[in-house]
Write a protein that binds this ligand. Structure first.
Ligand code: LLP
Length: 416
C-alpha cells in the first residue's frame, strides 16, 4: 500500500503503534490520521542528503498547514514556504521562525506584504516586476531590507497533471528568464531589497526528476550570466514537486537520491540551496478514516456510501486523483465492482470510481491512503458539512490536533 508509517497487525491497520479502530472509536469519523515519525523521517531524508551543502528546507505549508504538523516540523528545525498572510500566521502560531520563512506566490496583496515585513519574514520570492516595486516601497517604509529572489519560469514541462504544472510559459507563474535577467540588471532600482537569489518551481507530483535537472541547468546558466555581470547571487531555491506513490504500482523518485544528486551538482558553486517540499514530506504519512454508511446495488456496480465526501478529500473530484481505499480490518472476502461515494449532492462526489473493492459492510471502517498532503487543506464546508477531525500519532501515542467542527463552527461570523 502506498503509505508509510502504517502496517497491519493481525489484519488490523495501525498507524505506528496506534490502532485505527481505536482512534475511530474515540475521535469518530471522518478523521485524518498522520504518522509523525514518517513526517520527520521524510524531512530528515532531505536534511541528511543535503548535509554537505549549505541549505535550507522550507516545508511547503500549503500541503498540510495544521498547527500540530507545523509545530512538529518547526521543532525539527524546518523553515517554511508560505503563499499567504494566513499561512504566515499559522507558522508563527506553531512556533516557526519568520526569518526562515520564504513568502512565495503570484498575487501577494499589499496587506499581506506589510504583515510579512512587520513579522520579520526573511525571504520573498517575487513573481513580477510590479510586485517587486511594491515590496521595495513597503520595505523602505518599514525600514526592512529582506532578501529577494525572482521566481523564474524556465519553460520546462514537468509532465504532471495540467492543474499542478507551473513551469511552462503558458502558466501564470514566475517571470520569463530573459525578462528576469533584465530586472536583475536593474537591481539598484529596487533598494532596499537585496536581490540575491533565484527561485524556480516547475510543478507538483513530478515522477521524472530529469525535469528538475533541466530547469536547474537553465537557472545555473542564468546565475552565471548575472555573476559575470557583477551581481551577487548566493541563493538558489528549486521549489518542491517530488512525486509520491498513490497506486501500489507507482515507482516514485526517492528523496535521498534526488537531494544527493542536487548536492553533488551544486558543490563548490557558492550557492545556498533551498527546497520547498510539501507532498513528499506529508503525503504518504496520512490517511482519511471513514465509515461505511450504506451499500446500494445498481445495474453494473455497487455504490459504497461512506461518511467522508468531496468536501473532506477533494483530490479525486478535482484532479481525477487515485487514492487507494482499504478496509481497516482485513478479512477474506470476495471483491466487487464499486464506487466509493460520499453524501454530497454531486455526481463528482466520489473517493473511488469503478474500483475492485473488498465486499465491505455498513459500519466498517475504511482508510483512504496517501491523504496527508492536499487533503484537509482543501476541505470545505460544502453542503454545510463540519470539517473532519485530525489526529497525530507518535509511536504508541496519539492525540487530536484538530477538533471536528461543531454546528456552531459552521455559522461563526454570520448574522441573519
Ligand atoms: N513551492 C511552490 C512555489 C509551490 O507552488 C508548491 C506547490 C510547492 C512548493 C510544494 O510542492 P510539492 O512538494 O507539494 O509538490 N493541490 C494539488 C497540488 C498543488 C501544488 C501547488 N504548489 C494536489 O492535490 O495535487
Amino acid at each position: 500500500m502506498p503509505l508509510s508509517g502504517f502496517e497491519r497487525r493481525h489484519g488490523e491497520l495501525y498507524c505506528e503503534g496506534a490502532s485505527l479502530s481505536a482512534i475511530a472509536e474515540k475521535a469518530d469519523t471522518p478523521t485524518y490520521v498522520y504518522s509523525g515519525t514518517t513526517i520527520l523521517d521524510n524531512y530528515r531524508s532531505y536534511a541528511a542528503a543535503l548535509s554537505t551543502l549549505p541549505h535550507e528546507i522550507h516545508y511547503a505549508v500549503k500541503a498540510n498547514s495544521s498547527l500540530g504538523i507545523l509545530a512538529l516540523l518547526a521543532r525539527e528545525g524546518a523553515g517554511f514556504d508560505i503563499v499567504s498572510g494566513g499561512e504566515l500566521f499559522r507558522v508563527l502560531q506553531a512556533g516557526g521562525d519568520p526569518a526562515r520563512v520564504v513568502f512565495s506566490g503570484v498575487g501577494k496583496t499589499r496587506q499581506e506584504l506589510v504583515y510579512a515585513l512587520e513579522q520579520g519574514t526573511g525571504w520573498f520570492n517575487c513573481e513580477s516586476e510590479a510586485e517587486l516595486r511594491l515590496l521595495a516601497e513597503l520595505a523602505s517604509d518599514a525600514g526592512a531590507a529582506p532578501s529577494v529572489a525572482l521566481r523564474v519560469n524556465p519553460n520546462v514541462d514537468a509532465q504532471t497533471h495540467p492543474y499542478i504544472a507551473t513551469g511552462l510559459s503558458a502558466h501564470k507563474f514566475g517571470i520569463d528568464i530573459a525578462e528576469a535577467e533584465r530586472i536583475y540588471r536593474r537591481a539598484d532600482e529596487f533598494a532596499p531589497l537585496r536581490l540575491e537569489g533565484v527561485s524556480c518551481h516547475i510543478g507538483s507530483q513530478i515522477f521524472n526528476t530529469q525535469a528538475f535537472f533541466d530547469a536547474l541547468d537553465l537557472v545555473l546558466a542564468l546565475i552565471e550570466r548575472l555573476r559575470d555581470d557583477g551581481a551577487n547571487i548566493t541563493q538558489l531555491d528549486l521549489g518542491g514537486g517530488l512525486g509520491v506513490a498513490y497506486k501500489p504500482s507507482d515507482t516514485t523518485p526517492v528523496i535521498a537520491d534526488y537531494a544527493s544528486r542536487l548536492a553533488a551538482l551544486l558543490q563548490g558553486r557558492g550557492l545556498k540551496l533551498t527546497l520547498e517540499p510539501g507532498r513528499s514530506i506529508v503525503g504518504q504519512a496520512g490517511v482519511l478514516l471513514t465509515r461505511v454508511l450504506y451499500r446500494k446495488p445498481a445495474a453494473t456496480k455497487t455504490f459504497i456510501v461512506v461518511d467522508a465526501a468531496m468536501n473532506d478529500l477533494l483530490r479525486p473530484a478535482l484532479y481525477q486523483a487515485h487514492h487507494e481505499i482499504v478496509p481497516v480490518i482485513d478479512r477474506q472476502r470476495p471483491n466487487l465492482r464499486a464506487d466509493v461515494v460520499g453524501p454530497v449532492c454531486e455526481s463528482g462526489d466520489f473517493l473511488a470510481k469503478d474500483r475492485d473493492m473488498p465486499d465491505v459492510q455498513p459500519g466498517e471502517l475504511l482508510a483512504a491512503a496517501t491523504a496527508g498532503a492536499y487533503g484537509f487543506v482543501l476541505a470545505s464546508n460544502y453542503n454545510a458539512r463540519p470539517r473532519a477531525a485530525e489526529v497525530l500519532v507518535e509511536g504508541d501515542r496519539w492525540r487530536i490536533i484538530r477538533d471536528r467542527e461543531s454546528l456552531d463552527d459552521l455559522i461563526r461570523g454570520e448574522r441573519t
